[in-house]
Ligand binder design. Structure first.
Ligand SMILES: Nc1nc2c(c(=O)[nH]1)N[C@H]1C(S)=C(S)[C@@H](COP(=O)(O)OP(=O)(O)OC[C@H]3O[C@@H](n4cnc5c(=O)[nH]c(N)nc54)[C@H](O)[C@@H]3O)O[C@H]1N2
Ligand SMILES: Nc1nc2c(c(=O)[nH]1)N[C@H]1C(S)=C(S)[C@@H](COP(=O)(O)OP(=O)(O)OC[C@H]3O[C@@H](n4cnc5c(=O)[nH]c(N)nc54)[C@H](O)[C@@H]3O)O[C@H]1N2
Ligand code: SF4
Ligand SMILES: [Mo]
Length: 722
């Protein structure tokens, strides 16, 4: 039954008569329903919760009418949304009603098809298989993989600890592990940026307007109105350019040389904050010596950025300090991209230290966690901390190398994996390679809403309720003041046979014989976490986002490094066998334009989150409207190759190939091509695969020895007209 253009209260009542009707609603009918409700009077309820569209977890108010999701707006107090909701957050609210959801537990059959199975049987069979694997190979052969959402990491870690396994993974090595390693070992963590109060900002491959954080976009607009200058260092003009004052088209993969040259100028010209460096720096003289040779002339050769531009940017940073920064970034240029990415991150952290901007207005600020409590160990004993070494222990600077999982499966170290709210087959490695590895596990359990590429090769697929149908763990948001936020249930279950994650973990633990470590409800856990803050769960449920009345964090910076200082010289890097000071290192592969080689860049698209949102017909329709899956290529280069707008090309690397239509533009560096990241896919059930290829199809399976990152742009491609 689908809704027609003519929509009356009677059709609505007919529809809401049964769950089956609600479940069958598709996209267009959802939009029709939404429009019709704008003029209908109804029983409106407003519930504060968190969006689940990306890692921002923005605070949102979700409105229901007659018990159905109707509308979403932002919670002004939430530091990430600041009252705004992006296009993805708008489109995502139809998730509960999407037709492609998994509605029952599934078990893979010998012929590869799936048949439904009861929860009881699924839990029992999984428990039995798991016990066999533990007995045969030991707890180190088991692992848990999830997105880094508190709900899944907390329950996943506890389940693994209960089984004796240290192997808890996230997606970090295909997102930002290099950035994290660089910052953590230099300044003790990854700070945020006080965009609103800065006067001079340099964004190196951080694209606020497409890799969206709504609150930051708002802050940038406000800063611009106050006259701030905004420099975008990016091989292509990204959408943040609408709010920028300068575009610096850099040769991709060479940002480290650019940042080292900025440090050189700041030190040579005495523009840095010597007092800050004296008080908070460790090993400054080693770094100062290292950058002596990194002149703007030297960097111009490597980066293609004119030396005058480098001088100008360094001087303006120095002049505007401490209300000036190089943004710590999220992923873009140095998240998981090149073999030099972790050192690029270190250099960025250090230039900010030269500007003395840590914990200052208009500079970089560390947030702090609200100081949550924990369960009473007398009533709810916690499992002992696992003593075994992780399977990815050869990366001493980072404790989670999710992209190493396929190698660890193929080497026989990992035999059983639980995967929740993440799609590692598609997102962490070259998917063809990863699929073959994951498919060879003795037990793979996927907890998902949809038949992801990972679910397709799982033995059991356990269907979760969607984010609007469940409660989760309270979470802390660091900002100027710590914030407590909660994702909570807005509507009843659309499909009766789906379950929230905490119930699924309880069932798994019980079946594996470790149920005694899960003898509490989610409400009890949340109440225990909130107790030391003097907050009741009821209060947090009523407000959704609570700004804690604690003093502002600005003032004296604290650096959580071994020396308690900014480490210009890192002993941790030295002990791990790497250079203790960041020094120039080229990318592993430098494409040669003379041989027709390009670097393949990729990035976020404003209306998609990874490949998840391509399952949302409303958001996917925007891809068609905007021809959003075209491969950007420099117009002059394309014309030399005889390519016209919309021509099909095959893009080839040493690891794979893919087809796309080209988009000719002046707004990209001639030595690279660019594609938005949500497209492609191997899965039978992935609508994104009707569009262009996924960049990961072309990424060779090589991991960075420093950060474990998948080095997602450290290879060359060639283009061939189809
Ligand atoms: N719309 C949307 N927003 C999101 C997400 C999403 O999926 N969709 N996901 C969230 C997540 S998980 C993340 S990690 C963030 C990512 O947020 P960002 O890090 O801002 O996003 P990216 O688009 O990966 O990269 C940003 C820019 O880096 C540029 N770039 C590529 N290579 C280089 C290089 O070698 N040098 C330089 N200087 N620039 C380069 C690209 O052209 C791109 O414009 O976005 C978050 N927000
Ligand atoms: N091809 C490609 N690869 C990428 C990226 C990309 O854009 N394209 N981006 C890179 C980056 S920056 C990151 S951060 C990672 C992200 O990698 P992932 O962690 O895999 O990304 P997500 O898209 O957030 O999560 C995907 C899975 O969660 C499932 N899911 C969605 N909602 C729910 C829910 O409520 N409950 C449960 N249990 N499951 C749910 C989706 O169906 C999907 O299978 O990928 C990296 N790799
Ligand atoms: S940025 Fe958009 S998709 Fe991400 S959490 Fe916020 S509203 Fe949702
Ligand atoms: Mo990410």
């Amino acid at each position: 039954m689908a809704l027609t253009g003519k929509f009356t209260r009677r059709t609505f009542l007919k529809l809401t008569a049964g769950v089956a009707a609600a479940a069958s609603l598709g996209t267009l009918s959802f939009r029709t329903w939404q429009k019709a409700q704008a003029v209908e009077k109804g029983d409106v309820r407003v519930i504060p919760t968190l969006c689940d569209g990306c890692g921002n977890h923005c605070g949102i108010y979700v409105e229901t009418k007659h018990g159905r999701i109707w509308r979403v707006t932002g919670i002004p107090q939430h530091p990430k949304s600041k009252g705004k909701v992006c296009a993805r957050g708008q489109g995502l609210i139809m998730t509960p009603y999407l037709r492609k959801r998994i509605t029952q537990p599934l078990k893979r059959q010998p012929d590869g098809s799936f048949a439904s199975i009861s929860w009881e049987d699924a839990f029992r069979e999984i428990g039995e298989r798991l016990k066999e694997i533990l007995a045969k190979y030991g707890p180190r052969s088991v692992g848990h993989v999830s997105h880094n959402l508190p709900m899944y990491t907390w329950y996943g870690r506890r389940l693994m600890a209960a089984l004796g396994s240290p192997n808890v993974f996230t997606h970090a090595t295909s997102c930002n592990s290099a950035r994290n390693v660089g910052f953590r070992h230099t300044v003790g963590g990854v700070p945020g940026a006080d965009i609103e109060n800065a006067r001079y900002m340099v964004f190196i491959g951080r694209n606020l307007a497409e890799g969206i954080t709504p609150g930051d976009v708002l802050s940038l607009a406000r800063a611009r109105r106050k006259g701030a200058q905004v420099v975008l260092v990016d091989p292509r003009v990204n959408n943040t350019f609408q709010m920028a004052t300068k575009w610096v088209p850099i040769r991709p993969g060479t940002d480290l040389a650019f940042v080292l040259a900025l440090a050189h100028v700041l030190i040579r010209e005495g523009l840095y904050d010597a007092e800050f460096v004296r008080e908070y720096g460790y090993g400054f003289e080693h770094f100062a010596k290292e950058v002596e040779g990194y002149t703007p002339e030297w960097a111009e050769d490597i980066t293609g950025v004119p030396k005058a531009t480098i001088l100008e940017i360094a001087r303006r940073l120095g002049k505007n300090r401490p209300r000036a920064f190089i943004h710590p970034s999220w992923r873009g240029a140095f998240g998981a991209h090149y073999q030099n990415s972790a050192d690029t991150a270190r250099a960025v952290a250090l230039v900010n230290a030269l500007l003395g901007n840590y914990q200052k207005e208009g500079g970089l600020t560390f947030g702090t966690s609200p100081g949550f409590g924990s369960l009473d160990p007398a009533k709810h004993p916690a499992p002992p901390k696992p003593t075994l070494a992780r399977v990815d222990a050869e990366w001493p600077l980072i404790g989670d190398v999710g992209s190493a999982i396929p190698d660890k499966i193929l080497s026989g170290d990992l035999k059983a994996l639980f995967v929740a709210h993440t799609n590692p087959v598609m997102h962490y490695n070259n998917p063809a390679f990863a699929r073959q590895a994951y498919a060879s596990l003795e037990l793979l359990v996927a907890i998902d809403l949809f038949m992801s590429e990972t679910a397709e090769v799982a033995h059991y697929v356990l269907p979760e309720v969607s984010y609007l149908e469940r409660d989760e763990l309270v979470e802390g948001v660091g900002g100027r003041k710590p914030v407590v936020a909660l994702r909570q249930q807005v509507i009843g279950k659309v499909h009766p046979e789906t379950k929230p994650a905490w119930e699924i973990y309880n069932g798994l633990a019980e079946a594996a014989g470790v149920g005694k470590y899960f003898n509490f409800t989610l409400d009890e856990l949340n109440a225990a976490m909130l107790a030391p803050l003097g907050l009741s769960l009821a209060e947090v449920k009523a407000k959704g986002t609570v700004v804690l009345n604690q003093p502002s964090l600005l003032g004296t910076p604290k650096f959580a490094t071994p020396t308690g200082k900014v480490e210009f010289f890192s002993t941790a890097f030295a002990n791990a066998g790497f250079s203790p000071v960041p020094k120039w290192m080229p990318p592993l592969v430098m494409p040669d334009p003379a041989k027709g080689e390009f670097r393949l860049l990729h990035g976020r698209q404003a209306y998609h989150s990874h490949t998840t949102t391509t399952r949302n017909p409303y958001l996917l329709s925007l891809s068609e409207s905007f021809a959003g899956d075209r491969l950007w290529i420099n117009r002059r280069v394309a014309e030399r190759m005889g390519l016209k707008e919309g021509d099909w090309v095959e893009v080839r690397s040493e690891a794979g190939k893919g087809r796309a239509q080209v988009h000719l533009t002046e707004a990209i560096h001639p030595e690279c091509v660019f594609i938005y990241a949500p497209y492609g896919g191997l899965g039978k059930d992935n609508p994104g695969k009707k569009f262009a290829f996924s960049f990961l199809d072309l990424v060779p399976n090589r991991l960075d020895p420093i950060s474990g990152s998948a080095m997602v742009q450290d290879f060359a491609v060639t283009l061939h007209k189809v």
